[in-house]
Ligand binder design. Structure first.
Ligand code: MG
Length: 468
């Protein structure tokens, strides 16, 4: 017969176990699938008439497809900073007009003082893995493994960098010349191949994701960040997809990414984790239109990657979590900035103190079908606030084309231009004279935001000195 002390300890252990187990299993898993330069109009569920995306369409039908969802910057490095930190890149020095992104000779990266979603979730018991493009610093102190990810597999920056081949990116891609780009493929902190064979990169990222998912243990939550290098120019796709899409070479690339989405969803289902896992799909910025048929489509939006017209920053935004997220097409405003606060809240965390966050917790919209808490969207080009959306209205303080000759046409507007995006999604008709009160309100919101920004050391302007 047990002593009273032993009986007490036994019942205490049982009590602890009964409370500990459900709490551990209640934390949802998270998968972010993040494309590089996929446009707003590139998926069938966003209106593309030639490119077939059955897996994304299914994600959208079973979850929420947001029509007014924004990346937080029109180019890669600052956009990726935002999705992983929940903060505008101006707050961490991860944006610059001199160097719009990080390069292979960059000496900077995401500062250790920034808290990534991976680091925050890791502290709540999550297994974490980053696959694909990183672009927040390739030096050891900036890699995913230094920012809360247990493991990393991927190309640490853009797939057009380390260019050693001659010719333009379209010709080299159509010739299948992946060796023209001497980009490294890394596992954790080691280079495992160079140049990375980009023909198979999307497939290998998908396989790596499936391997990670199959290895998960029950009751141990995870966060998988799957950031494809595609469809960033130069385009590559694996043999089974070559020449298959009615949308041409670019369509082949998107259809392979769609296949990879199917691989991830299939692995979750096979593992019985479908209803425990929130999958989010998006893109880091709009389509790179200077590459014509090798760039994607912004659909009805104006312009593309590199600028603050909606075509540069409005991107696909699809959330799927069977049984939890109410299936819907959502026309409220959301942003990749909201991913950190939303996911961390779902994991039971509250935002770290002592730093301003620019994201909102979207749980009311996702879980309860209520309006999005986000009413505003700032549009930064590099380190300057070019535009601001409040409700349906967008004020443009400065306009400038994305790339090429048009990029030199910078114009400041006083009064700012004003568009009603609900009626004028292509930002053509200036309503500033008609709605001075709305303009005044937006100006006040933008001023208040600017006042909240504290200058920090710039990370993108630190580059190796060129030897002569
Ligand atoms: Mg990009």
């Amino acid at each position: 017969m047990k002593s009273p002390t032993a009986r007490f300890l036994t019942s205490l252990l049982a009590l602890l176990a009964s409370h500990a187990l459900p709490a551990a299993t209640q934390k949802p898993n998270f998968v972010i699938i993040f494309c590089d330069d996929m446009g707003y109009g590139d998926a069938a569920c966003y209106g593309h008439e030639k490119i077939k995306t059955p897996h994304l369409d299914r994600m959208a039908a079973e979850g929420q497809r947001w029509t007014d969802f924004y990346a937080a910057a029109p180019v890669c490095t600052p956009s990726r900073t935002a999705i992983l930190t929940g903060r505008l890149p101006i707050r961490s020095g991860m944006c610059s007009a001199r160097n719009r992104v990080l390069f292979p000779d960059s000496l900077g990266g995401l500062p250790a003082s920034e808290i990534t979603l991976a680091r925050a979730l890791k502290e709540r018991g999550y297994d974490t893995m980053a696959i694909g493009k990183w672009h927040l610093g390739h030096l050891p102190q900036y890699l995913p493994t230094a920012h809360g990810f247990d493991h990393y597999f991927g190309i640490p920056y853009s797939n057009d960098m380390d260019k050693v081949g001659k010719g333009d990116n379209i010709e080299l891609a159509e010739a299948g010349d992946y060796e023209a780009y001497n980009v490294p493929l890394m596992r954790d902190t080691e280079i495992v191949a160079r140049p990375a064979n980009q023909h198979t990169i999307t497939r290998r990222y998908a396989e790596e994701a499936v391997t990670f998912l199959r290895a998960r243990q029950p009751g141990k939550p995870f966060f998988l960040y799957l950031a494809h290098n595609m469809p960033h120019v130069p385009l590559f796709r694996d043999k089974p997809f070559a020449g298959k899409s009615a949308g041409g070479f670019y369509g082949d690339v998107i259809e392979e990414i769609d296949w990879s989405v199917g691989q991830v969803l299939g692995a979750l289902k096979d593992k019985g984790m479908d209803e425990d896992t929130l999958v989010f799909f998006s893109s880091d910025n709009g389509p790179w239109l200077i590459f014509k048929h090798h760039g994607g489509s912004a659909g009805p939006l104006r312009d593309g990657k590199g600028c603050t017209y909606d075509g540069g920053m409005r991107v696909p935004g699809i959330f799927r979590w069977p049984g939890k997220i109410q299936p819907a097409v959502v026309h409220h405003i959301g942003s990749t900035l909201d991913i950190f606060p939303t996911f961390f809240a779902l994991a039971g965390g509250s935002l770290p103190a002592g730093r301003p966050y620019d994201g909102f917790d979207l749980r009311p919209a996702l879980i309860e079908g209520k309006p999005s808490p986000r009413q505003d969207m700032p549009f930064y080009r590099d380190d300057t606030l070019y535009a601001w959306r409040h409700g349906d209205f967008k004020a443009r303080f400065t306009t400038q084309g994305a790339y090429g000759a048009d990029a030199r046409n910078r114009t400041d507007h006083d009064p700012p231009l004003l568009h009603n995006l609900r009626d004028d999604v292509a930002e053509q008709t200036d309503l500033s004279a008609k709605y001075p009160d709305i303009l005044a309100k937006i100006r006040a919101l933008a001023d208040a935001h600017r006042a909240s920004v504290t200058p920090v050391e710039n990370q993108l302007d630190k580059r190796q000195k060129k030897s002569k």
